[in-house]
Design a protein around this ligand. Structure first.
Ligand SMILES: Nc1ncnc2c1ncn2[C@@H]1O[C@H](COP(=O)(O)OP(=O)(O)O)[C@@H](O)[C@H]1O
Ligand SMILES: [Mg+2]
Length: 319
């Protein structure tokens, strides 16, 4: 079936019932992702990044909206077909150790996917495991190692190898370098970039750190309380951050265009915690923390607006 995009997320919402109350985790989020491209998803802890990533893979069901993978509505296709599609959609988590069985060798853990899907003979599979280990920069001897014998960086390479076993088309990378030493982070990002190029992979690259997503992302969506407040080409977002929240995030990594400007000075004094996702503020959800909030921000929800070249901002005053 011809499909315009690898992944289309359309008006997706996800809510959780927690002790009789409704928690708004993801609210009306839309984006497209093409093969070979990366969408960076950033926002503070609790902003809905992981939930959105899970809904995109249908590891969680959406409450509203729909997700199309290669044109298929993954919320509606039969279970059997979904199982097939799952091979094309993988996820890598922050803590690869947590998803590895401590009593299973790394080689066996990677081989597992082939065993489950009855792919190849034993020696074929071992060859594939060896090739994958080599590709992610690990020696063949790593196949015989147990997870506790490897460093954090090596374990994340195993996590990447496992995600690649079934030759996927889409990988959700959820905080995959957040737990690594800074010196290792760039190596892992570099590896992910190379793999993307070789295999034409689509990535959703999730991080709470805007600095980290810059290098790998083609586009970036900034999440606040489950909503995308700004979405633009990575370059445009850094050049012209237009939502006050994005400006705060950028300012926190010292990437402000002009640290002396009045805007920056105002943002530096931003206070307050992220509001409760059980009762998001009316109007613009960022208004209680926004140094520029006016009356309209307290009552009227800003619609996403294109301020040029697909740079979309949900702020009454962005221009
Ligand atoms: N399974 C769940 N049950 C209830 N609440 C959840 C669940 N998963 C996530 N949440 C809540 O949804 C919101 C978004 O969480 P999450 O997607 O993990 O954010 P992030 O990945 O950006 O830190 C948070 O308020 C979180 O507490
Ligand atoms: Mg998360």
């Amino acid at each position: 079936m011809p499909s315009e995009h690898l992944l289309q997320v359309e008006n997706v919402s996800k809510r959780f019932r927690v002790r009789g109350k409704t928690l708004h985790a993801v609210e009306n989020v839309s984006f497209n992702l093409d093969s070979g491209k990366t969408l960076g998803l950033v926002g503070e802890s609790g902003s809905g990044k992981s939930t959105l990533g899970r809904v995109a893979l249908r590891l969680l069901d959406a409450d509203g909206g729909r997700v199309l993978f290669q044109g298929h509505d993954i919320g509606r296709i039969p279970k059997k077909q979904l199982r097939e599609l799952r091979r094309d959609m993988q996820v890598i988590f922050q803590d690869p150790q947590a998803s590895l069985n401590p009593r299973m060798t790394v080689g066996a853990a990677i081989e597992d996917a082939y065993v489950i899907h009855k792919i190849g003979t034993k020696s074929d599979r071992q060859q594939r495991v060896e090739d994958l280990l080599q590709r992610v920069g690990l020696p063949p001897s790593a196949a015989n190692a147990y997870p506790h014998e490897l460093s954090g960086g090596q374990l994340q390479r195993v996590g990447i190898a496992r995600a690649l076993t079934l030759d996927p088309k889409l990988i959700v990378c959820d905080e995959v370098i957040s737990a690594l030493d800074v010196s290792i982070q760039m190596q892992v990002i570099q590896l992910l970039k190379e793999l993307q190029k070789e295999r034409n992979l689509g990535y959703i690259f999730i991080s709470h750190n805007l600095a980290v997503v810059e290098y790998i992302s083609d586009e970036i969506a900034v999440l606040y309380l489950g909503e995308v407040v700004e979405h633009a080409a990575a370059e445009d977002l850094f050049k012209k951050p237009s939502h006050p929240y994005t400006q705060v995030l950028l300012q926190s990594i010292l990437k402000v265009p002009d640290p002396q400007s009045e805007t920056t000075q105002a943002l530096m004094h931003i206070k307050g915690e992220i509001p409760s996702p059980f009762s998001p503020p009316p109007g613009c959800t960022f208004h209680p923390r926004c140094p520029f909030a006016q009356d309209i921000c307290r009552t009227k929800k800003p619609e996403p607006r294109d301020i040029g070249h697909g740079h979309v901002v949900s702020c009454h005053f962005a221009e």
